[in-house]
Design a protein around this ligand. Structure first.
Ligand SMILES: Nc1ncnc2c1ncn2[C@@H]1O[C@H](COP(=O)(O)OP(=O)(O)OP(=O)(O)O)[C@@H](O)[C@H]1O
Length: 231
């Protein structure tokens, strides 16, 4: 369970308040207007931004004071998820620790997740030798291997074409959402939310609300979302 308790975040003149309980399991879409604070919220959960007040808890445990690498959290951004000078296998293997030389057992686990995301046999390539979609798959493989229970996706598929993006969303829904992980996924496309996220949180007007049923949010959006959705 992710708990945001009287959370108050600030970035310059921008302020965001959140009180929410998000039960584990499945994908939760994070939607709202540009500049509304979606990335700010994810930064605080991941530990890159210290709250002005309030608490972020995972399964009751206060995450304050835990640096990003020690949180039960994996995050994927739109760009820059892979180190260009490392091989695909080394990039994925970073999920297991900072050592680039993997044991046979670790290399086997890397191969297994590469197969799961459709990249069997590409472990020795550099990221630059992969297409955009394949790079997204490699980044996803690292998150899968990390075994962290809370996954934050900050529009990692925004640069992909519609068909590839749908493919990646289905991969997230099929592989990542297994094992009871909780996935918070920022999206600007209501269709993305409707495709894979049963629940939606709205970040607008300085507040985080929800989670609410995605189908209901999209069928009858609250005032804060109406203009954004073009209704
Ligand atoms: N480092 C910073 N210093 C000052 N203000 C910032 C900083 N980062 C973000 N902000 C401000 O915080 C507000 C929320 O930004 P944020 O990136 O969280 O919004 P967002 O909902 O993710 O937007 P988008 O959908 O466009 O990515 C914006 O008004 C932005 O200008």
């Amino acid at each position: 369970m992710l708990t945001l308790e009287a959370l108050r975040l600030r970035q310059g003149g921008f302020a965001l308040a959140a009180d929410a309980e998000v039960p584990p399991g499945g994908i939760v879409a994070i939607v709202g207007p540009s500049g509304g604070g979606k990335s700010t919220l994810l930064s605080a959960i991941a530990g890159f931004l210290a709250p002005e007040a309030g608490t972020v808890r995972w399964d009751g445990r206060d995450l304050a004071g835990l640096p990003p690498g020690e949180r039960p959290v994996s995050i994927l951004f739109q760009d820059g998820n892979l180190f260009p000078h490392l091989t695909v296998a080394q990039n994925v293997g970073l999920a297991l620790g900072p050592r680039l030389r993997l044991s046979a057992e670790q290399a086997g686990r890397v191969d297994t997740v590469l197969s799961l995301v459709g990249l069997a046999g590409r472990g020795d390539d550099r990221p630059g030798q992969l297409s955009g979609g394949q790079q997204s798959r490699a980044a996803l493989a690292r998150v899968l291997l990390s075994g962290r229970p809370l996954i934050l996706l900050d529009e990692p598929f925004a640069a992909l074409g519609p068909a590839l993006k749908d493919e990646m969303l289905d991969l997230v829904a099929g592989e990542l959402a297994a094992d009871g992980r909780l996935i918070l996924m920022v999206s600007h496309d209501p269709q993305d939310a409707l495709r894979v996220a049963e629940r939606t949180m709205i970040v607008a007007d300085g507040r985080v609300s929800g989670p609410l049923a995605t189908a209901e949010v999209m069928a009858d959006p609250p005032p804060a979302l109406k203009a954004y959705l073009g209704r």
